[in-house]
Design a protein around this ligand. Sequence first.
Ligand SMILES: [Zn+2]
Length: 249
Amino acid sequence: MLTDEELTRYARQIVLPDLGGTGQQRLKASRVVVVGAGGIGCAVIPALAGAGVGRLTIIDPDLCDLSNLHRQPIFRSRDAGEPKAALAGQFVRRLNPFVEVDPVERRIEAHNAAALLSGHDLVIDGTDNFATRLAVSDACVALGLPLLSAAAAQWQGQVGLFRGKPCYRCFVGDAFDADDCDNCAELGVTGALTGLAGNLAALIALRVLAGAGDDPAGQLHLIDGLTGTQRRIRIPADPTCRACGITSS
Ligand SMILES: [Zn+2]
């Protein structure tokens, strides 16, 4: 049940026809893990915490750096040098005391991904390298968890929900397992674009968790920051995918 304070806090979204009290209770009962408190995570975390998602796990092994702040507005200048997961946890507690938050200062990798992700209803990955993304995706396929993947680099953003087939590996293939890919440290990115991609991911997450709107699984949203356009493509399943293809059911 929702308390009077929660009913007041969420009044402007409970009034939404596709959400309502039932949707709000679903959000409260939801357990979401956000992988990466970077530019994407720093948009996702306030949106989900503010909306009343009941439990947030935030996984990030890094320390806040001055060069993060142009795209990670939940941190402040004086936070430089502090662990980002703990800082993000403090941010959530200040924003909404009804959200249980669990900061995890660890790097997620193939060997620990399943243990860190199990027990959640939705995984949101905003990390910036393919080795991590594929480790997270493979664990989601193995655990049967939906994966909401969001990325932004240079002027391009992409957001997609993967549930069963196709999986994220179907989309990017196997070429990126080595941890040697470019990321936004080298490519550059604007905070406005990471915010846009992160908020789109948060919006899709809220729809999925509350049961509002169409099922977005298997579609990829592409954002072009230089033209201001967005398009949506359908991702085909790869029958030879080593995560969700041939050997799995
Ligand atoms: Zn696949």
